[in-house]
Design a binder for this molecule. Structure first.
Ligand code: MG
Ligand code: MG
Length: 275
């Protein structure tokens, strides 16, 4: 069942989302060769608690940490450890925060030091595909329209779209209906409704789409051991259009990246859900 949200609930969800956005911005400054994932995880937990929220992932389905940290061939759900990151690595950091009864949940894949051109391209295309997907989250469209847009764009670049893991509705529960696959057919699936909030999260592999799981029961990685990228935003459907509750502005500020990619989807002042 899809739980649409009121204007007031979306405001609260934005608060939770922005705590995650700020956490990712804080982490962006810390990610460099030699840094220790588990140390960053502890910093993120402190940061989230200092902002009056609880880490959204810790304890959820018994996940042990605040962040999912997935370097290189790891797709998602990597467990932070004490192995230092190396120059040339990439690392997906997925973070959740819970405040006022609602979850925020989004992810960014960072470069560690100097990354090779092919991997940089994977990050760039995956991030762009996220916005292609967001653009389809409009009244009258359906779940398959988002997946179709992401799949078409990324496969055109020769990449593999992970099938087993998908985006999702978001709210009082981390994973609500509907599932939002990163592949699909135009015009198929559930219809989008005013007041829906979803997490769109392309997980895109440089090589084939196939994945495997480590014996820890969590870590998902590519079967061909080629790199994988993951970007995620929380988006509300307001007045028929996709509006970002999360932002990468804090990450971009920290990394000196100039981009206008979020501009068409900015959260409007005095926004009102028309239900
Ligand atoms: Mg996530
Ligand atoms: Mg998610």
């Amino acid at each position: 069942m899809i739980h649409t949200k009121t204007t007031e609930e979306i405001e609260l969800m934005r608060e939770s989302a922005l705590i995650v956005s700020k956490t990712l911005g804080m982490l962006a400054k810390e990610i460099k060769p030699g840094c220790i994932p588990l140390v960053l995880d502890k910093k993120a937990e402190e940061f989230i608690r200092d902002h009056g929220a609880e880490p959204g992932f810790k304890g959820l389905y018994d996940f042990p940490n605040t962040l999912c940290m997935s370097p290189n061939a790891q797709v998602v759900h990597g467990i932070p450890n004490t192995k230092p990151l190396n120059n040339g690595d990439i690392i997906s950091i997925d973070c959740g925060a819970f405040k006022n009864g609602f979850y925020g949940d989004h992810a960014y894949t960072f470069q560690v030091g100097e990354v090779n051109t092919a991997t940089k391209r994977l990050l760039d295309i995956t991030k762009r595909s996220l916005y292609k997907g967001i653009d389809k989250f409009r009244t009258g469209n359906r779940v398959g329209d988002i997946g179709f847009a992401i799949q078409k764009y990324t496969e055109r670049h020769g990449y593999g779209v992970v099938r087993e893991l998908v985006g999702h509705g978001l709210g009082k529960v981390m994973h609500e209906d509907p599932e939002i696959p990163n592949y699909g057919k135009k015009g198929r699936g559930k219809k989008f409704k005013e007041g829906m909030v979803i997490a769109i999260e392309p997980m895109i592999n440089q090589g084939k789409k196939n994945i495997k799981q480590l014996a820890d029961g969590w870590t998902v990685l590519t079967r061909d051991n080629l790199p994988s990228a993951h970007f995620e935003h929380d988006v509300a459907l307001i007045n028929g259009e996709p509006r970002l509750l999360s932002t990468f502005d804090y990450v971009h500020d920290a990394l000196d990246i100039e981009t206008d990619e979020e501009d068409p989807f900015r959260y409007p002042k005095n926004s009102k859900v028309h239900s």
